[in-house]
Design a protein around this ligand. Structure first.
Ligand code: TRP
Length: 354
């Protein structure tokens, strides 16, 4: 069976370091590994609209931002098909059929949907007086996501932990479909980040997750100055007042980021007094290592990673029509692929009348 990657992001804003360590960096590695037969990277604009129906222009503008983030991180349109979800109408038809294989009760139990409904104040029993209710499209997006994955016969979905319930639901839909209509669809697997710091990169303020609304993100497109400011304002150990005091690395955002980003090469290049992160952590715990030194090191690492990304972004920003052309071509190729799967699905469901 061919090995096929399908993954994507909602274009609700520019991508940040959480996206980078959660999935983006991995995608580029997998792309360059040559181990995959096909790679599809989707900008999920239709999914973004499920809770942004009133903001179509915002989603439109962010499609380009996300595409620029992809290209500047090294996704290469000659090796990965980058496309826009709404340009593939076949996905809607697949979702329409899959809807019959999923119960309302099962959707209500999806932990990610549950948490997101809560977070957005959509819930009926929310204490908030401005109850908005849950848009049906939002409630059913796990089904649409099953279409996204199966349309491309995705075997591998590199994504963050929050996407696990989505993949699980997709797998259930695939099994049900194949049991009822005959072996047609492929069951995907999620590929999670390799360590827990990457799994859920906290915001610069130490809050559980980077989120635009909390203003605690470092964006891939931030300038050096912005990155420096954000690193310097990072939450550390509030009990570590003097350099000589013993410090805590658990819950210390600077160290969590070092867990996610630092390599032995970074130590050799910027902080050769330590061979590796464990040595540095030991010193911090013992006392005698100041937050300033740790932040400076982290800033150097961030710049090492972000500077080439920034340069590439600046190049593509000079040529937005080229970016659109990449997306148009990608969408055309993706559509052909989805059409093949849809034809198989219709046939299996005995909807191939003529
Ligand atoms: N839900 C993903 C996000 O929140 C975006 C997405 C849509 C996706 N369809 C997908 C991810 C299919 C992986 C596979 O960013």
């Amino acid at each position: 069976m061919p090995k096929i990657i399908l993954t994507g992001d909602r274009p609700t804003g520019r991508l940040h370091l959480g996206h980078y360590v959660g999935s983006l960096r991995r995608r580029v590695e997998l792309q360059n590994s040559g181990l995959y037969d096909k790679i599809f990277i989707m900008i999920a604009d239709a999914q973004a609209l499920t809770d942004n129906a009133e903001n179509p222009e915002k989603i439109r503008q962010n499609i380009i931002e996300v595409a620029l983030d992809y290209l500047s991180c090294g996704l290469d349109p000659s090796r990965s098909t980058i496309f826009i979800q709404s340009q593939i109408p076949e996905l809607c038809e697949l979702a329409f059929y899959y809807m019959n294989l999923v119960t309302v009760q099962r959707l209500q139990r999806n932990p990610t949907v549950k948490a997101e409904i809560q977070m957005r104040g959509f819930s009926d029993n929310d204490a908030d007086q401005n109850r908005k209710g849950t848009p049906v499209g939002f409630f059913t997006y796990p089904i649409s996501q099953a279409s996204d994955i199966t349309a491309f016969r995705g075997t591998t979905v590199p994504a963050g932990e929050d996407q696990e319930p989505m993949i699980e639901q997709t797998r259930e839909i695939v099994r049900k479909f194949n049991a009822v209509y005959g072996e047609t669809l492929v069951e995907p697997e999620i590929l999670l980040p390799e360590n827990s710091a990457c799994m859920r990169l906290p915001g610069t303020d130490g809050k559980a997750k980077m989120s635009k609304s909390l203003g605690n993100c470092i964006y891939l497109s931030d300038s050096s100055k912005e990155v420096k400011k954000k690193v310097n304002s990072m939450f550390t150990d509030p009990g570590h007042l003097q350099i000589t005091d013993p410090g805590k690395v658990e819950g210390n955002v600077v160290f969590t980021y070092l867990d996610a980003f630092s390599t032995p090469e970074h130590f050799a290049k910027f902080l050769p007094e330590y061979a590796c992160l464990d040595e540095m952590k030991d010193h911090y715990r013992r006392g005698g290592l100041g937050d300033g030194t740790c932040k400076k090191f982290l800033y150097n690492i961030m710049e090492d990673i972000l500077q080439p990304i920034r340069e590439k972004r600046a190049e593509y920003e000079q040529n937005i029509p080229l970016v659109y052309e990449i997306l148009r071509k990608g969408s055309e190729a993706a559509r052909a692929e989805a059409a093949r799967t849809l034809a198989d699905v219709r046939k299996a469901m005995r909807r191939d009348y003529f």
